[in-house]
Design a protein around this ligand. Structure first.
Ligand SMILES: Nc1ncnc2c1ncn2[C@@H]1O[C@H](COP(=O)(O)OP(=O)(O)OP(=O)(O)O)[C@@H](O)[C@H]1O
Length: 538
């Protein structure tokens, strides 16, 4: 991350920019009053672990094992509002640039808080939009939680539902000759995990049908990549979770109106009693309530969307005065070329990277597939290329990601499946083969590089008629320094003949693939017909 002097300079730049910025932002003042007085993370310094107040020494050791010696500013900011004087009193909305360390910002305080728990039950739920992202976040929790005796589970549909259930729910074993009644097992089912990282679909599967799976003890809910998760309803996962929380509060309060502690084994199972309090902002609400933390590099300001989260006395942590912000050490470039020559420019550009890791973004799953196939037909390239998109089976996609992480492949051609949150060490370059449609997409794509204070470059291939639109888009992030990058014309010329033959091969490959697809379709429709015929005979 930045040194103290760099941060001071950055603050100065912000102060200078402020009047001009305020002028520009007049039209886009956040509608919600609490968003107008945020905590500015720019004003917070990194903090060495040994100076971090109240940090559990076991967690300090675990962090050091991860190579972490100090907390990044957003992590310090969240720590202050959770373990520090803020004491989790308010729900937190965190709008912080890509790669600034948001995952640990929420993972560390949650793990520290749960480290003193007496009985294991599901107390923290982290929801992410994709399986690979959930796996990544689980890794972070798994690096610190076991140090304080906590267990972390994953619900993403990576394995069969039965395997997942056996990981998440503890069933009673035959003990001392006692046999439990299989007809009344709910009483004895317990969570095997304290923290669960989940995608909405699998979470709903467990809520709806896994015996013993309960959110009644939940104390922390994290909605990562909030704007993406709020955009899609995913079987109403959010209202369902919130409703379950509300009803468990209500039921328990009516059962135990004066109880203020955690009661183990009441009526045979664990009961978490949330007491009603008169603390500031808690009037009429259960306390301690379910604490929510929502995060994104492009957090929505839309009141109707944020209302879905039912936030309690929310506090915004943001970085600087701008709504959107790119990483400090990101350099942006534009490459202007004719549409039909784009693959040539792309290959010439990739050749200049000399094996550095690079992600190439396209506009759709189909073009990802086509472009990757075409690049592989160039032959004799000094780097390995693989595809990563929602068109592939999860296992194939995960394999490609694993190889990319390990450095066995250097270029990953991706649809927007890779755009958000993915953290791959050593990605120096990002290329927008197709111009992103929105500034938010640009921010998340570009944010796959220049992470954790490292340097990185983002190139965008543009047609002449796209230049103006692109410039306007970058202005929304106050990003005015996108230099023109040119590829030497002789390197383009050298590639022309091989490009022609690669295009021929691509054409053949597309034809053969569509023939195969047609055959499969035909076969399955014949099978359906045959089935219908058999059924009608019966
Ligand atoms: N305190 C720290 N010291 C060193 N490295 C850190 C620290 N905190 C996080 N990192 C590293 O920084 C990288 C980015 O972290 P993370 O993925 O949490 O970013 P993010 O803010 O969630 O980004 P995005 O918005 O893209 O999801 C990771 O590789 C992580 O290991």
């Amino acid at each position: 991350m930045q040194t103290g002097r760099e941060r001071e300079r950055e603050r100065e730049r912000e102060r200078e920019r402020a009047p001009e910025q305020n002028q520009k932002q007049k039209k886009s003042v956040p509608v919600l009053p609490w968003m107008r007085s945020p905590i500015d993370v720019i004003l917070i310094d990194e903090c060495p672990l040994n100076l971090l107040p109240f940090l559990d020494p076991r967690l300090e050791v675990a962090l050091q094992k991860m190579g972490i010696t100090s907390l990044f500013p957003v992590q310090v900011g969240v720590w202050q509002e959770t373990i520090g004087p803020g004491s989790f009193e308010r729900d937190l909305c965190i709008n912080s640039p890509t790669g600034s360390g948001k995952t640990l910002a929420y993972a560390l305080p949650i793990v520290q808080m749960l480290s003193t728990r007496a009985v294991r039950c599901l107390r923290a739920l982290v929801v992410l939009p994709t399986r690979d992202l959930a796996l990544q976040v689980k890794e972070v929790f798994s690096a610190i939680a076991p140090a304080v005796g906590l267990s972390v589970g994953l619900a993403v549909g990576q394995s069969s539902i039965a395997d997942e259930i056996s990981e998440l729910i503890k069933r009673p074993k035959l003990e001392a000759g006692i046999c439990y009644d299989p007809e009344a097992p709910l009483l004895h089912l317990q969570s095997s995990v304290d923290i669960l990282v989940a995608t909405p679909g699998r979470l709903m599967d467990h809520i709806n049908s896994t015996k013993g799976f309960t959110l009644e003890h939940l104390s922390y809910l994290v909605v990562d990549e909030t704007d993406r998760l709020l955009r899609e309803a995913y079987q109403s996962w959010l209202p369902t979770v919130l409703q379950l929380m509300r009803s468990s509060d209500g039921d328990l309060r009516s059962l135990f109106p004066h109880t203020s502690t955690f009661l183990p084994s009441t009526f045979g199972s664990l009961k978490t009693i949330r007491r009603s309090g008169v603390e500031r902002g808690f009037k009429g609400k259960a306390y301690p309530r379910l604490v929510k933390m929502v995060l994104s590099a492009t957090l929505t300001q839309d009141p109707s969307k944020l209302a879905q989260l039912d936030l309690h006395h929310p506090l915004l942590l943001t970085t600087g005065q701008r709504r959107y912000r790119l990483p400090e050490r990101l350099e942006s470039f534009q490459l202007i070329c004719e549409s039909k020559l784009k693959p040539l420019y792309l290959v010439a550009l990739l050749q200049t990277f000399q094996g550095e890791k690079c992600i190439v973004f396209t506009s759709s799953v189909e073009s990802t597939h086509r472009l990757c196939t075409l690049l592989n037909f160039f032959g004799n390239l000094q780097f390995k290329i693989k595809e990563y998109s929602g068109l592939q089976r999860q296992s194939i996609r995960s394999k490609a990601l694993k190889a990319f992480r390990a450095g066995d492949i250097q270029v990953l051609v991706s649809s927007d499946a890779m755009t958000r949150g993915m953290d791959v060490e050593g990605v120096i370059n990002v290329i927008n083969y197709d111009i992103p449609a929105y500034i938010k997409t640009y921010i998340h794509r570009a944010g796959r590089t220049a992470r954790a204070g490292q340097a990185g470059r983002c190139f965008t291939l543009l047609r002449k008629d796209e230049v103006k639109r692109f410039k306007k888009m970058l202005q929304k992030a106050d990003h005015n320094s996108c230099l023109v990058y040119s590829v030497p014309s002789d390197s383009i010329e050298l590639l022309r003949s091989v490009y022609t033959s690669a295009l021929e091969k691509l054409k053949e490959s597309v034809e053969s693939e569509s023939y195969k697809k047609h055959k499969i379709k035909l076969k399955s429709s014949r099978m359906v017909k045959r089935k219908e015929l058999n059924n009608s005979k019966v």
